[in-house]
Write a protein that binds this ligand. Structure first.
Ligand code: UT7
Length: 325
């Protein structure tokens, strides 16, 4: 089996900033509540003419340039997203066309907030067994398009953005282990009810606001802490490593209290946790992706470091990965 590593990173965050103070004018909330309950201060919003593919393409271009590869070098494009431009074709197809990545196969992965780790692990399998050489993995979301801006329980949480990585064969290190999982018995805790084949779009579904994210945050919170802790323990065991070996944990950014509770259970100090939730809120698949990209760009990850990705979301699904940088 070949060793597979991240050889290029890129991101794109829309320019428009929506601060907690702006939300105070939209729903019955406060900067104080949002900050203390979630750790979020502001989030980015894509413009009306930007879809998930536009964010993905911008992040992909930066990742390709950082990997010093041309689009024609790509064999595979996987986009993790739950806010595709349209139900079909895939965002990955749109990205493939925009980049002119002529020889790349392309598909989307739907695994909500764990989507980027699912996509990373999928791409790794293709390269490690020698089927493909280079893969582009993107987490891209325009969650503002499915956010109910009248529901204070959810609208303060989400944002838009994209992060991308190019994967290729490496001599040392790379992805050491991954662990993916699902418990479909709790589908109802976080979903977007209408617009699919179960409840197709109709005037009624629009009137009932069924095209927006519905979430039982309180229940999810407890499961998130438990599941992310277990996923971290399992992937480390698969990697044959101990917690003291971790240089940086890059968790899904749903709530800083969830992240701190997981870190406490794992005995990790604050300097070993990467956070960007304050700037961007929860961007589902794009959260882990941009956090990894920013940690690399900011020099928080150095060559040889052990990085742990740990994500959890709707499905319920979880994904963790250990990477030697
Ligand atoms: O990304 C995938 C997975 N997602 C998650 O894991 C999200 C997990 N859940 C959470 O992050 C938290 O549960 C939330 C941030 C969503 C909510 O925090 P909480 O501490 O669990 O609050 P709560 O839902 O228990 O609500 C506490 C109170 C309620 O008022 P009452 O009933 O106690 O009077 C809510 O109505 O806070 C109220 N509340 C708000 N108040 C001001 C809920 N949203 C807001 C708001 N501003 N935006």
């Amino acid at each position: 089996m070949k060793k597979v590593g991240i050889i290029g990173v890129g991101e794109y965050l829309p320019k428009k900033v929506l601060a907690n103070a702006d939300l105070e004018k939209m729903v019955d909330t406060s900067d104080e509540w949002i900050t203390t309950r979630t750790g979020i201060k502001e989030r980015r919003l894509a413009s009306n003419d930007e879809a998930a593919s536009d964010l993905a393409i911008a992040a992909a271009k930066e990742a390709l340039s950082s990997a010093k590869l041309a689009p024609e070098d790509l064999d595979l494009i996987i986009v993790a997203t739950i806010t595709p431009d349209m139900p079909f074709p895939s965002v990955a197809s749109i990205v493939q066309n925009a980049l002119s990545a002529k020889k790349a196969a392309a598909f989307d992965v739907s695994a909500a907030c764990a989507g980027f780790v699912y996509a990373l692990s999928t791409a790794q399998q293709f390269i490690s067994c020698g089927v493909y050489k280079n893969a582009l993995v993107i987490g891209s979301e325009k969650l503002s398009s499915v956010t109910d801006w009248k529901d204070r329980n959810t609208c303060v949480l989400f944002g838009d953005g994209a992060g991308a990585c190019v994967l290729g064969e490496v001599k040392d290190g790379g992805i050491v282990a991954t662990y993916l999982g699902c418990d479909g018995s709790n589908l109802n805790l976080l979903n977007l009810p209408a617009g699919g084949s179960r409840i197709p779009a109709s005037h009624e579904t629009v009137d009932q606001r069924l095209h927006y994210i519905k979430m039982n945050g309180n229940e999810l919170f407890k499961i998130a802490v438990r599941t992310m802790t277990d996923a971290a323990l399992t992937v480390l065991e698969k990697a044959g490593l101990k917690f003291s070996d971790i240089d940086l944990i890059i968790p899904h950014q749903a709530n800083s209290r969830i992240i701190m509770a997981v870190a406490k259970r794992l005995g990790l100090t604050e300097d070993k946790i990467f956070l960007n939730i304050e700037k961007y809120g929860n961007m589902s698949s794009a959260s882990t992706a941009t956090a990894l990209v920013e940690a690399a760009k900011e020099g928080r990850i150095k060559k040889g470091d052990i990085v742990l990705l740990d994500a959890f979301g709707a499905g319920l699904v979880w994904g963790a990965a250990v990477i030697k940088w």
